[in-house]
Design a protein around this ligand. Sequence first.
Ligand SMILES: [Zn+2]
Length: 334
Amino acid sequence: MHHQTFLSLFREVLSAPTAPFHEYHVARVIRERISEMKHVQIEEDAYGNLIACYRRGKKRPKLAFAAHMDHPGWVRHKGEPVFLGGVPEERLKPKKGKPHPVEWFGEFGMWDLEPFRLEDDLIHARVCDDLIGCAAILALFLELEKAEAKTTVYGLFTRAEEVGFLGSIEMAKKWPLPKDVCFVSLETSAPRGGAEQGEGPVIRAGDRISVFDDAITSELVDAAVEEKIPHQRALLDGGACEATAMNLYGVPAAGISILLGNYHNVPPKKGIAAEFVSLTDAKNLVKLITATTLRMARQKKSDSSKANLRKRLEKRLRDHRKYERAARSSWEKN
Ligand SMILES: [Zn+2]
C-alpha cells in the first residue's frame, strides 16, 4: 500500500474519538470507508458490533479478523463522570498535582491528547489500542480490492472490549459466521517475553488466560515466513484479548499484536500520555494478514500448514527407517 494512502487511513481512524459503549464515531468512519469498497458489505448485530465481509467469487470463508472500537475513557453516568477501562487509580486522581485534563465529546470524554502524530517511525496517538486493529482491517480490504482477490474474509469491529470483552462475548454467544471460520484478534499489547517494538507484529501463542488455536497460528507463521514479513512469536501474557473470550465459547481463535508503548495512556513513571506504536510494525501487520488471507484462498485442505508439517515429519520417519532397521539386531543382543 502506498505510504500516503496508509497514513491517511490510519490518521482518520485513530483520530475518531471513542470510549467504552460510545464507539459511534469510529463506527461511522468504518462505514464511510467501507461504502467506497466494491466487494465489502457491512451489517450490524443486535449489540452494535459491525460485521464486514469482503466477498469476491465463491470461496468459503476461513478467517475473521477482529478489532475493538473502544478505548479506556470517561463516560457520564447519571450526571457523574466515571472512568471505564484499566487505568491505575493513581493516574486518575494523582496524590500530587492535578489530574490530566479531559476533553468531552457529548456524553463521553477522553484524555486531552493529540489525536495523531507521526514522528520518525513512531505513531503517537490518543488511541492506538485498538484503532490500529480497526484501521488494519480496513487496509486489508483495500489490499484485497486492489489485488482483485477471489476470496471471502470477514472483518469484525467490536464494542466495549475494555470493560471485559462485552461485544465479542455477545457475538460469540450468537456466533453469526460459518462454524469453521477462525477468529483472529488484532490487538495492541505491552511488550513482554523478549518481543520488541519495531521487530514486527507478534503472532501470539496465547495471552494471560488462554492458549490459541494451533492450526490457524501455523498458517499465520507460514505466511510470514514465506513472504519474508518481519514477525515475532510470543505469549504476551501482560493482558487478555478477545481471542480468549472466543475460545471460551468454542470459536477457534488466534491473535496478532502490535507492541504498544504507554499502554492505556499510562507512561512508566507518572501522568497520562499518548500511546505509541511503530509505523513499520503496523505496515507489517497489514502485510501479514493480507498474505495469510491470499495464501489460504489458494490452499486446498490437504495443503494446510498442519497437513504439510505432518507430511514433512512422516517423510523424515521414512528416510530414517533404514537406520532403525539396522539397529534392531543390536537391541536384541544388548
Ligand atoms: Zn485492546
